[in-house]
Design a protein around this ligand. Structure first.
Ligand code: GRF
Length: 234
């Protein structure tokens, strides 16, 4: 990556409502954090695009339907080039990221996942599937994970995690809502951390003590092993 002294330009990739996109935009606009959201890329026009237009962030809809990976990669990389994108953030983007992009942005591309990876990750583990699996598993702790994007989805190095205690009687919807609140705080904090490291030319350490709201004496039971699902989306 070209060393930069100024703010890093961030692109967000999303497929849905974009509440994380909004949290990222709001945070970066709230002060000098060393980065700024310069582009939203979506594979279809959905809620996040409306949010971007309201925030004056350029939107690029790049369809992936019936198109080969390399064509999608070229169009996406051209958009990144045009907007001088330094860092890429996936926020509910439900399509496979072409390998050419993951390689080009290695160490500069993050994803947020609504569980504590490596648990409840992998094929089919997205959206409410994750929270239903958590509810059915009997685990008493879940949370959110920000991780680097590698060629194997959900398997890149973890940058930050935040635990959320599952309460007795919690429905998947209740778990989802509490995890999403945490995501909105965790993702901007993790991007601050990554960008500060990139701007000073160091490799970012995994963040510790991100669970700001958890009481220190919370009893954390063992997390069950990874849950599999047959549903495939990416
Ligand atoms: C979030 O739960 C995120 O963890 C997952 O997709 C969801 C996106 O939600 N990767 P939103 O579109 O940001 O509201």
């Amino acid at each position: 990556m070209t060393p930069k002294t100024g703010p890093l330009n961030v692109a967000v990739l999303a497929s849905g409502g974009g509440s994380n996109f909004q949290a990222l935009v709001d945070h970066s606009a709230s002060g000098d954090h060393g980065w700024s959201v310069r582009l939203l890329v979506m594979n279809r026009d959905a809620g996040a695009a409306e949010r971007a237009r309201a925030a004056d962030v350029p939107v690029r809809i790049i369809s992936t339907r019936d198109r080969p990976d390399d064509e999608v990669a070229q169009e996406t990389l051209a958009a990144f080039h045009e907007h001088e994108i330094d860092v890429v953030l996936l926020a509910g983007y439900l399509r496979r990221i072409p390998t050419e992009i993951t390689r080009r942005y290695a160490g500069r591309m993050l994803n947020i996942h609504p569980a504590l990876l490596p648990h409840f990750g992998g094929p089919g583990m997205y959206g409410m599937n994750v929270h239903r699996a958590v509810a059915e598993s009997g685990t008493t702790v879940t949370g959110a994970t920000v991780h680097f994007v590698s060629e194997d989805y959900d398997e890149g190095a973890v940058l930050a995690q935040w635990q959320v205690v599952r309460l007795p009687g919690d429905t998947p919807e209740a778990i989802a809502a509490r995890v999403l609140e945490v995501e909105h705080r965790l993702y901007p904090a993790a991007v601050d951390h990554l960008c500060a490291a990139l701007l000073t030319g160091v490799t970012p350490e995994r963040m510790v003590d991100v669970c700001l709201d958890d009481p220190p004496d919370v009893d954390r039971p063992e997390i069950p092993s990874r849950t599999e699902s047959n549903e495939e989306v990416r």
